[in-house]
Design a binder for this molecule. Structure first.
Ligand code: IMP
Ligand code: MG
Length: 189
């Protein structure tokens, strides 16, 4: 007879919807510490100018709300929606961009905030589109980076954590819209 060894308590979280979590990759304390550091780095990187923090929905919503409170300089917040089609665990590659064309990007320092860089296709496409609107600068801040993308056209200047090559959920990241509200980041079984 075989038995499964599982960290005690992990799968008793009532937020989980019957799906088992394999392990917690980044806990609440580690995330909070890193987000505070990122806030300091970003504050120091923008000594002047109009900073527009552009969150990529939906995945960045929790990260962005924590991050902007750690950036101690004037800024504005707006959002974009870039939906990869499908409910699977593999990126499909077709990216649908929805944004508010009223948002002025011209002349501003734009910080694009993304939950995770996986294949990099989302960013490649998005950054190309945003650059056409003539911002003063455009940098990327990703909470997680899997470091598996080849053919990344743009550098990610601010990275929270290098991520394991596993499917991660929580702290904004979903699987079929579940698990976004977990306060930690975990990998699925
Ligand atoms: P990319 O275009 O392949 O870089 O994928 C970017 C998007 O795919 C992210 O913004 C996420 O929404 C989603 N994604 C990629 N990897 C994961 C993961 O491990 N967990 C949850 N979502 C992911
Ligand atoms: Mg997603």
């Amino acid at each position: 007879m075989t038995s499964t060894v599982r960290p005690l308590g992990l799968n008793s979280d009532p937020r989980l919807s019957g799906r088992a979590i394999k392990r917690v990759a980044f806990d609440e304390a580690a995330i909070a510490k890193r987000v505070t550091e990122l806030g300091r780095e970003i504050t120091a990187a923008y000594p002047d100018g109009d900073l527009l923090v552009l969150g990529l929905l939906k995945g960045s919503f929790i990260f962005l709300s924590d991050l902007v409170r750690q950036i101690t300089r004037p800024l504005q917040v707006d959002f974009l929606v870039a939906a990869s089609y499908g409910e699977g665990m593999v990126s499909t590659g077709s990216v649908n961009l929805v944004y508010d064309p009223e948002t002025r990007l011209e002349g501003k320092d734009i910080l694009l905030v993304e939950d995770i860089v996986d294949s990099g296709r989302t960013l490649n496409r998005l950054v190309t589109i945003l650059k056409e609107r003539k911002p003063r600068s455009l940098e990327i801040c990703a909470l997680l980076h899997k470091r598996i993308a080849d053919g990344l056209k743009y550098d990610t200047k601010f990275v929270g954590f290098d991520a394991p090559n596993e499917f991660l959920v929580g702290y904004g990241l979903d699987h079929a819209e579940n698990f976004r509200h977990l306060p930690y980041i975990a990998s699925l079984q």
